[in-house]
Design a protein around this ligand. Structure first.
Ligand code: NAI
Length: 240
């Protein structure tokens, strides 16, 4: 398969590129960080593309580059995302806008640019990355929780709209995962203990454990799964 992964320069996106490449996909590694995209692409024998997912022209160019290089695009995994770390910024409207722009609009732009090609091809797979916080709001997370709730509904809405074209759309909901995004929280013993306290499996996910689920949803084996929200959270949501 020909797969495009955003946020491929780090964490869950990098792991997804690795899992997809290991199963034989040709992988296009998209990130706004040029060096990071190149590093992942080099590691997986893929094509690096520098693009900010909030820029429609850059997203279109990334999908164009995919089709130019490989002739088609079978799957996209929208892993690019941001969280707000500074408490002082959490009430800043510009920060709120940026989190929604990257997490929600960015996912939409990538999915839509790919879907235009997938419709012409007769089908495809779209996997969005929400969060366990798509359905639970934690203190201090208004922008992030709203964005991830938006990703969940985006996945459902697109699944309904694109089913007639043979395109499946699903949302993965990672729990706390050991990536650069969560390094600050997991590196602080008190915050780490608080975060993991409600996780029945008692540890953060490894990025590859999220990537394996994304890869399944981006495979032919998931042909009858669409509009699903699949938590990969060590049981956190089940415990309530
Ligand atoms: P990360 O920070 O390790 O990697 C994110 C990547 O996305 C980086 O390479 C970054 O350069 C890229 N990126 C950010 N904004 C971009 C933009 N506008 N355009 C293109 N690339 C951009 O983060 P991680 O942990 O791998 O997160 C991946 C996804 O998983 C995010 O959507 C995040 O919200 C979600 N997630 C992560 C969890 C965690 O505990 N790490 C938990 C739940 C969800």
């Amino acid at each position: 398969m020909i797969s495009l992964v955003t946020g491929a320069g780090s964490g869950i996106g990098a792991a997804t590129a690795q899992v997809l490449a290991a199963r034989g996909d040709r992988v296009v590694c998209v990130d706004r960080d040029e060096a990071a995209a190149r590093e992942t692409a080099t590691g997986v024998g893929g094509l690096p593309v520098t693009a900010d997912v909030t820029d429609p022209a850059a997203v279109e160019a990334a999908v164009e580059a995919t089709v130019r290089a490989f002739g088609r695009v079978d799957a996209v995994a929208c892993c690019a995302g941001v969280e707000v770390n500074e408490a002082a910024q959490r009430l800043d409207p510009r920060v709120f806008d940026r989190v929604l722009a990257v997490n929600v609009t960015g996912s939409f732009l990538v999915a839509a640019a790919a879907a235009r090609r997938m419709i012409a091809q007769g089908g495809g797979r779209v996997v969005l990355v929400g969060s366990a916080n798509s359905v639970v709001a934690l203190p201090g997370q208004a922008a992030y929780a709203v964005s991830k709730g938006g990703v969940l509904m985006l996945g459902r809405a697109l699944a309904v709209d694109w089913a007639p074209y043979g395109i499946t759309v699903n949302v993965v909901g990672p729990g706390v995962t050991d990536t650069p995004m969560s390094a600050g929280s997991l590196g602080d013993p008190e915050r780490r203990a608080r975060l993991l306290d409600g996780v029945p499996l008692g540890r953060p996910a490894r990025p590859a454990e999220i990537a394996e689920v994304i890869a399944f949803l981006a495979s032919p084996a998931a042909s009858y799964v669409t509009g699903a929200f699949l938590p990969v959270d060590g049981g956190w949501l089940a415990r309530g």
